[in-house]
Ligand binder design. Sequence first.
Ligand SMILES: Nc1ncnc2c1ncn2[C@@H]1O[C@H](COP(=O)(O)OP(=O)(O)OP(=O)(O)O)[C@@H](O)[C@H]1O
Ligand SMILES: [Mg+2]
Length: 381
Amino acid sequence: MSTAAITRDPGAVSGSAGADLVLSGITKRFGDFTAVDNLDLLIPSGSFFALLGPSGCGKTTTLRMVAGLEAPTSGTLSIGGRDITGTAPHQRPVNTVFQNYALFPHMSVLDNVAFGLKRRKVRDAEAQARAALDLVELGHLGARRPAQLSGGQQQRVALARAVVNRPAVLLLDEPLGALDMKLRRQMQVELKKIQTEVGLTFVHVTHDQEEAMTMADTVAVMNNGCVEQMGPPQELYELPRTAFVANFLGKSNLMQARVTGGAGEYLELDIAGNTVALRRDRATDHSGQVLVGIRPEKLRMEPASAGPGIRGVVLDVSFTGASTEYLVDAEGIGTVGVFAQNHGGTLFADGDRVQLAWDPEHAFGLRGDEDSRAGATEGDS
Ligand SMILES: Nc1ncnc2c1ncn2[C@@H]1O[C@H](COP(=O)(O)OP(=O)(O)OP(=O)(O)O)[C@@H](O)[C@H]1O
Ligand SMILES: [Mg+2]
């Protein structure tokens, strides 16, 4: 691979190799509306960081402040320890790829990529642009005009054009938004590969939870201008700390429960007359009313028997091929979702009486006064 020419080197123009991006107490108000609320973020150099959240939660506003296109109402920004809060956009070691990546229609693909370098009078602009096009596997299409490329190919040109400038930080605002699902999935894999090869810091904004989880090392889940939770995708999925995160990132069953006892590692809970164990270190609250969360694929469903378990009746069955998704009316609890892998076990039908159980290692506990539906509809895209 001829990536050498665009790999970051310590003497790069930006001078900020090894540069962490830090947002400290960043707030943005538009009139009396707070779009971004006292945000603290540390984005390590070389990481693939995703800002995930529903429409209007402040993702683009945050990116625009990093890019210098919007001034924070308060707070500071720095890259590699250098304060850039008041620095003009073009003087920041940052490049942005927007959802509507406008390529210059009258220029060849290669000239589009070389444009920024030529303007800065970089000597081997064309060779670097070729290397960047090779990186996105479009080296053979450099002579074409943007209109002669597919949407996904144009997207890759926009990416090459941003990467070639060797920014310390590359900001991506829903860059795959215009692509159809299949191309989108394909580009997700390629984008991740490019980021690993080039080693730049990517800050990727998306409202697609699957996209954030498959691509990022770290995901920050944003809601109403604040980060609700931040961490590696698997950690966020396995141990959400708020109802919003539990529902926005995948699906969760959130059930009202009361702490009735428990010493040591496990709390003892009552859920609609059933006694259930919950690991203390997986619960935000250790007394009173709580919400117990369990992912649909972590529930075990068996035909009703005399043994322990939450009783219910199957309300709906959707066979999806690899798995079957059930809705169960659970006694005293309400509707519960169950996903079962299809490896030849029992299939249930509407009206079947069943029993639900789970391994306490998989459940998580949230504050009892949280809205159990927070973030639920937004995540269902
Ligand atoms: N220039 C502006 N003036 C007033 N309000 C604004 C302005 N820009 C953004 N907002 C508001 O700030 C909030 C956050 O907007 P932002 O564009 O950051 O959302 P987003 O998370 O990027 O959403 P989406 O996923 O829809 O792109 C929204 O409620 C929006 O209406
Ligand atoms: Mg946006």
